[in-house]
Design a protein around this ligand. Structure first.
Ligand code: AMP
Ligand code: MG
Length: 493
């Protein structure tokens, strides 16, 4: 079946949200070529691999060949970037082609990222290059395999042109799949203009799309705040549990759906350090690993502000009070979610009051110990099986971890399951493989410099199955050698 008829686009955003976007077309590209195709996701979404993983598919994934039932558009939004408000951002290099509904009846946006200039490009060229496109592809798939809500990659194409960045690099486009691209920044755009009607329309659309369970609730806008806050608390707890640093938690990069979005300068930390920052521009450490929960709450406060005129149109003082009461619950909400994650990672099966202190004491023991965060949890499972040697090797100061392990083993003995079983449960939630920075870099370099996608595909394969030992892949368990320069990532490339 030709591409023209093969995707049943159903464009609710284009139909219902006039004034929230500008219709747009892609730039012309000389020679689009599919370089990565996500066959598993394609199947779920009803994109036939034979049709789309092809030259014809390259036309589609580069916006050259747009089916009649698509409605390419760029969305408007605003956002706080590093704490400063930009009233006008918007999709500066992205086109929403439309929505598809998968076999499970879930609606997804199909978006091209890097498809050329739009009304919102400001000083940017609207393009993307292969390294960052593959980074987003890889990170999204890695997060998905770790059961963390995320946008995903359907395909990556090279465009056949060179794009100026740090020297000329191969131009590329990512096809991104998201539950939606509604952001805190989308609300901020209309709130800043005091356009309460549009805000209501946006809130109603968001509720219909993501939280239909309270569509008829009489306080549905307060419910929306609660629901987004709960989703974000859960999301950030999951990031923290795997050592993920998003790197650019601006309000335009925080979704209403609760999915992780925009893998620009993100990275996984190798060694535990609450202050770790990878992004070259995050000089103050605003988006450091340990700051992420606080920043999430700050972003949610910006979201809450936009909802004030909807929560109570007659009495803003009352609306502010209600919203503030909700926001104040965030630290506890987050801590509960985080403790759930940590309990699972540490095999604490039947919750006990003392678990929070136990977990906090472990983090204190890790402080300034240069502990490999990912390895730690697998070695703890081994310790539960009686092998403590490799665990203690991870720490410079062995005394504090030794006394902690004694306490922890005592706690495990209160579980109503055997130690071995408990250790197996830990192994099911603690990854062996994360996207180690030097391995990511190696894979992106090979693709960028030599058009060699083999290292990328190998890494993608390993990260798609992170909990199970894969023979011969020991090198992918290791961080870069200690002498390596600190890892630095870059935004918006
Ligand atoms: P990000 O840091 O990727 O979340 O992007 C922040 C804003 O900058 C968004 O409005 C993007 O659309 C825009 N942007 C990033 N890179 C480019 C580019 N190369 N051309 C145009 N706009 C861009
Ligand atoms: Mg963004």
């Amino acid at each position: 079946m030709p591409i023209q008829q093969s995707i049943p686009f159903d464009n609710s955003f284009a139909k219902e949200m006039d004034g929230f976007y500008v219709p747009q077309v892609a730039a012309n590209f000389p020679k689009p070529t599919v370089v990565q195709f996500n066959a598993g996701l394609a199947k779920e979404l009803g994109f036939d691999e034979v049709v789309f993983n092809s030259d014809e598919g390259a036309g589609f994934f580069s916006g050259q060949d747009i089916p009649d039932n698509a409605f390419p558009l760029s969305q408007v939004y605003a956002g706080h970037q590093f704490g400063g408000f930009s009233p006008q951002l918007g999709d500066g290099r992205a086109l929403l082609l439309g929505e598809v509904v998968d076999q499970k009846n879930t609606r997804y946006d199909i978006q091209l990222k890097g498809s050329g200039p739009t009304t919102f490009s400001r000083r940017g060229d609207g393009k993307a290059v292969i390294g960052p496109v593959l980074r987003e592809y890889l990170m999204g798939e890695a997060m998905h395999a770790l059961n963390i809500p995320t946008t995903r990659a359907l395909a990556a194409v090279t465009t056949g042109e060179k794009v100026m960045r740090d020297g000329f690099q191969p131009g590329a486009i990512l096809t991104r799949v998201a539950s939606s691209h509604l952001r805190v920044g989308t609300f901020q755009f209309f709130a800043a203009r005091q356009d309460h009607e549009k805000l209501k329309q946006l809130a109603d659309y968001s509720i219909k799309r993501h939280y239909s369970e309270f569509a008829n609730h009489k306080e549905k806008y307060l419910e929306l705040l609660k629901a987004v806050q709960a989703k974000q608390a859960s999301l950030i707890a999951k990031w923290m549990s795997v050592g993920f640093v998003h790197g650019v938690m601006n309000t335009d990069n925080m979704t209403i759906s609760g999915e992780t979005i925009d893998y620009g300068p993100c990275a996984f930390m190798d060694h535990y350090d609450a202050k770790v920052v990878f992004s070259s521009i995050d000089e103050q450490g605003r988006y450091a690993y340990g700051n992420q929960p606080v920043i999430a709450q700050w972003n949610l406060a910006r979201f809450a502000e936009t909802l004030i005129p909807l929560i109570n149109p007659e009495d803003s003082d009352q609306a502010i009070q209600l919203a503030t009461d909700e926001l104040n619950k965030f630290p506890e909400l987050y801590q509960d979610k985080w403790l759930d994650e940590m309990r699972a990672k540490l095999g604490l099966v039947d919750p006990k009051e003392s678990d929070l202190d136990l977990v906090n004491t472990l983090f204190k023991a890790m402080d300034r110990q240069h502990v490999d965060y990912t390895k730690l949890f697998r070695k703890l499972a081994d310790a539960a099986r009686g092998e403590t040697h490799d665990l203690f090797k991870l720490f410079n100061d062995k005394a504090s971890i030794k006394s902690w392990v004694e306490r922890w083993l005592k706690r495990l003995s209160q579980n109503n399951i055997a130690l071995n079983e408990c250790a197996d449960g830990m192994d099911r939630v603690n990854p062996i493989y994360i996207a180690r920075n030097h391995k990511v870099e190696e894979a992106l370099q090979a693709a960028t410099v030599k058009s060699d996608y083999k290292p990328f595909e190998k890494l993608l394969g390993i990260l798609s199955n992170p909990y199970k030992k894969q023979d011969g892949m020991e090198a992918y368990e290791e961080s870069a050698s200690d002498g390596a320069a600190p890892y630095v990532t870059f935004c918006g490339t």
